[in-house]
Design a protein around this ligand. Sequence first.
Ligand SMILES: [Zn+2]
Ligand SMILES: [Zn+2]
Length: 368
Amino acid sequence: MTRKFTRRQILAQAGVAVAAIHTLDPHEICCAMAADAKTADKDLFELKKVADGVYAAIAAPAFKVNCNAAVIVTDDGVVVVDSHSKPSAARAVYQQIQNVTNKPIRKIINTHFHWDHWQGNEVYAGANSGVEVVATERTRNNLSRPDSGNGGVSFVDKQISTVPKEIDQLKAEIAKESNPETKARLESNLRQAEAYLQELKPLKPALPTRTVSSTVTLQERGREIQLHVLGRAHTDGDLFIYLPKEKVVMTGDALIDWMPFLNDGYPEEWVQTLDALDKLDFTHIVPGHGNVLAKDQLVFFRGYLADLIAAVKKSAADGASVDEIKKAVGNQLAPKYERGMSKYPVGQYRDRVGLNVEMVYQKVVKKS
Ligand SMILES: [Zn+2]
Ligand SMILES: [Zn+2]
């Protein structure tokens, strides 16, 4: 069985002072948006068949967001890609997996280190003996570093200190809200935040037991699974999982059906990494968030990033301030991207475009 350490042990191994927890800026939270969350437990995931023995567990929009999972059934077991933000979510998907196969879980693959993609690992690691947790070397490092961004062992502790403040804020908003619909939504968010905090406290991180630093092929019985390391994009350790026979790729958050989150990302390299992904022969994308997509979503998503970078650079060169660029570029790109980037109640165009502009300004304009 995968050995599980407490968070304190992991941080101590990494030579980290556990006490060094800084206050979380709301902008740092990858995917927690002020969502219109109305998620009931039974509606957490919808298992969709993508190919024979390959499924996408599509997460319903929620205040405490969950990523999608991909489920790949082999001749003698199951490989699961990503494990959501909390053990209860992973348990919900695990139950659904058991409805389609009673084969044991063999491997968990984490696409990147963000909180909403790995915090349920312990459920699978505890379900069967010898479960491997696979990620890139960089993701493994990010998961155990003291402050690597929006995920990892230290981020669990950070959330334990910040979610209570979020709960207080929700309570205050509920108290002064008069619209019954808004009040009900806030109350649902409050329940989710409280339940999430209770799950975070005893979390026992199941970290990668096997890492890759370049593209490799796994020969799982009856199934070829390629793990592609294509360059930096959403993080410095993104992993793309590709099934060449079935023509399916799992992209984590490097390609999603929402607005991208750039805070831990590398905007210009991201475009190149998507160009490398484009060279693979696939017809279906299981993204980190949103529904199963056709390959042409890559062109749309890449186009947004490329156009965003070009527009921010141009406005900056013209002497505009960051605030002016946020407004101008947000309006400038809206006709082409607002509709396609606002399909769900989370991660919409107007929610994120300002922050995207700010990140490109910091990471591309100021660094050049
Ligand atoms: Zn995510
Ligand atoms: Zn992410």
